[in-house]
Write a protein that binds this ligand. Sequence first.
Ligand SMILES: [Zn+2]
Length: 604
Amino acid sequence: MTQTEALSSSAQGVSWDLTDLYKGIDDPAISRDLETALARAKTFEAGYRGRINVPGGPPPDFLATALAGMETLSELMDRPLIYASLVHAAKCDDPRHGAILSRTREARTAINKHLIFFDLEWVQLDETPARRLIRDPALEKYRHYLEHKRAWRPHFLTEPEEKILDEKAVTGRAAFVRLFDETVASIQFPFEADGRIDNLPLQQVNAKLYDPDRNIRKSAAQALTTGLKNNARLLTYVFNTVVLDHKSDYELKNFPNPMAPRHLDNEISDAIVEALMTATEQYHSSVERYYRLKARLLHLDVLYDYDRYALLFADMPICDWPTARRIVTQSYEAFSPEAAAVVRQFFEKSWIDTELRPGKRGGAFSSSAVPSVHPYILMNYTDKLRDVMTLAHELGHGLHQYLSRSVGYLQCHTPLTTAEMASVFGEMLAFQGLMKAYTDPRIQLGLLCSKIEDSFATVFRQVVLTRFEQSLHRARRERGELTTEQINDLWLTANRPMHKDSVKLTNDYGWWWLYIGHFIHVPFYCYAYAFGEILVLALFQKYKEEGSRFVPRYLQLLAAGGSDRPDALLSKLDVDVTDPVFWKLGLNLLDDMVTQAEDLAEKL
Ligand SMILES: [Zn+2]
């Protein structure tokens, strides 16, 4: 394929109009906003420094005025940088875009320097006045912001101690993280096909695990194992070090267990996470049934680990942009005309950039921008059915961000656990729309299988990864430095219950934990994916049961943004996330999808 052929799809010409933020990269308003923000930040500092952390606390009205000022100021100082990031993402190879990105970023840092004192003083304020202020009606609007900022307070060490930890982390933890990244990125995986060996990077070898040809998949699996084995000594040492470093950190900071710091970040409790994981593990039979079906569809007697991702149908139809737009809009319309009205604006007012263009960032995202404007979506539409789901996903984010503008800039952002709520819900809506639009059972089965496999990857696999991580941290604590083989055992032990006999995990598979960056970058990150996905499946099941009664409450939930803890916001939908029964709603829906796939397979 030539460059121009590769960069053309039915979405050519669909680009966003960023003029609601600024008229262009030379708009004098950009510099003006940055100058105004800097001047206001200096005034803010002069007016409030030393007056928040005072004996007995500041008067409530005084603090409320400060917060309101901080909120408008934050928007003003972020707006140029957000604009520059969007311009840059749309065309990274224009040097002027790189330049405006660094200019606005540096300016923002310089402004923010005058504001850092504010949160610090609030966190340092004594517990009694802080509690009283959090409950004060004058501060109702900022209650959660104030509360959440203080959540880390019991885990702060003294200022000199924090400073030393910070400084030594650069040559400690951070150095090992970088060593890991650079090592994995430089591994040459010796992929053998037709008697020839190609040395491939990780991404390319992984992509071959989806190939319809089993020999290619098998070769890819062997290449992956060999490449990892060749680097196992170094990578194992990095794992041992990072896990031990995590232990020093959480113990020094008075956390009860290795997962606790992550829970605090995610605004979630140990009990909720355990309820979610245990409920998930009770549904391993859905995984088994699905892989037995997949083995039948692939005409294989035994499904090995390297067969799991095999593409089932290589001949799925293409879907052009106008069709995608129609299917997605109609799916939202059927759910809620109010939601559809928001979604339509993205198309009609050019808030979405979806054409393929040289220098454009890959992937897709929805930027909330600032509440006084509106979100913007970037994606790369390639006419595949999968892109329709991506469009619905990003529009879900867009809808969430659009509605939550009402709670203001300081509280509109959600924690990781609920960040994917509206996006995955939007995917479910579009999925239903696609199943209506394509009635051929073969296409329906293709759609359904890819939806099931995506959900498995975000639900069951992430729980397995978390269980592995728990056992790794436990073993490192109890047994000291671990060998590669010991960790291989932990990995296989964590993986086996998910597949039982439906997939044969080879001993080679034992090495495949060595390249997973989540374990190194952000310990215990993975369960949040499972949380988000099952939450949505459960909410979708509730929608199916409650019908139109569900819709306004769901939209209110989105509009609440990050203005409270996820469990508190969800309780308004009569959802109790500590109750395993709630999680089973979602897991049942996934199980039903497997049954539906089995039924469709009968019709082929
Ligand atoms: Zn997303």
